[in-house]
Design a protein around this ligand. Structure first.
Ligand code: GEK
Length: 253
């Protein structure tokens, strides 16, 4: 479709220092221009396994994309998964649709696609994934996006995705997760904080970001995800990647 082999997977990074100074009031986290400017660095230093998942989306796209179908990156941010899908796409006459409701993210994603001449076959939509039509889909990516959707909307969204998919299509669902076992939950969230400190975040940054994300990012257990995906009609569902309290599942229709 276009020459993507040359394009960079990971955009140049501005350092995330949003929570480095002590803040009098910590506002609820949102994906504004300040976050979009540092997002590549923020997600890489905050999500263990992020780079591995992004890289594997290329392989999964190669495997699951069907000729003449649509591929969706829902909650695309700067388009890291979109770029991976483009690189993995061998099937002909496909359209990639990347959707985000942050205008700041969408603008930067479009710019990155233009800069790398990756625009052909990719449409970036400034919109809400809850109202986006999903049709004729063979690959759908929800890479750390469902966790920001209100709990009572999650089933409806997954059902809509399932209904808009072709048989044999795949949903790649990556999420931060919690564990029913208190020992494991404490252990893995402690290790996650160690991971962030090892990647240069101070205790203050970790704790202020945690406050900002409270009631904004709502993680669930792997069992809850598995059950909801089965109820939404996906037939083969399992975890293909896990690093501490972050995981990615495949759900095949
Ligand atoms: C990546 N997938 O780099 N409609 C559209 N977009 C939304 C909505 C919504 N209702 N809610 C949240 N978003 C990306 C990373 S980040 C994950 C995804 C994170 C968007 C939001 O604007 C943000 O860009 C993205 O979902 C979540 O692979 O920050 O942990």
């Amino acid at each position: 479709m276009c020459d993507l082999r040359a394009c960079a997977t990971f955009p140049p990074m501005n350092k995330d220092q949003i929570y480095s100074d002590s803040l009098a009031n910590i506002a609820a986290f949102n994906f504004d221009a300040q976050v979009a400017d540092v997002f590549a660095d923020m997600i890489e230093r905050s999500v263990p396994g992020y780079r591995a998942i992004i890289t594997m989306i290329e392989t999964l796209t190669e495997h699951y994309a069907q000729p003449g179908s649509n591929l969706y990156d829902l909650g695309c941010s700067l388009g890291a998964a979109t770029f991976s899908m483009v690189r993995g796409l061998d099937a002909e006459n496909c359209q990639i649709i990347a959707v985000d409701n942050s205008a700041a993210m969408v603008a930067r994603c479009r710019k990155a696609l233009e800069r790398t001449h990756t625009c052909a076959g990719v449409r970036v939509v400034d919109g809400d994934i809850l109202t986006t039509e999903i049709a004729n889909a063979s690959v759908v990516v929800l890479n750390f996006t469902l966790q920001f959707i209100p709990l009572d909307e999650r089933f409806r969204l997954l059902k809509k995705i399932q209904q808009g998919m072709r048989p044999g299509g795949v949903l790649i669902l990556s999420e931060k997760v919690v564990f029913d076992d208190v020992h494991l939950d404490n252990l893995l969230s402690g290790i996650h904080h160690d991971f962030k400190r090892a990647h240069g975040y101070s205790d203050l940054e970790v704790s202020q970001k945690r406050s900002a994300l409270e009631n904004v990012l709502i993680p669930e257990t792997i069992a809850a995800h598995r059950e909801r995906l089965a109820q939404a009609g996906f037939t083969s569902v399992d975890v293909w990647f896990q690093c501490f309290n972050f995981m990615s599942m495949l759900a095949v229709k």
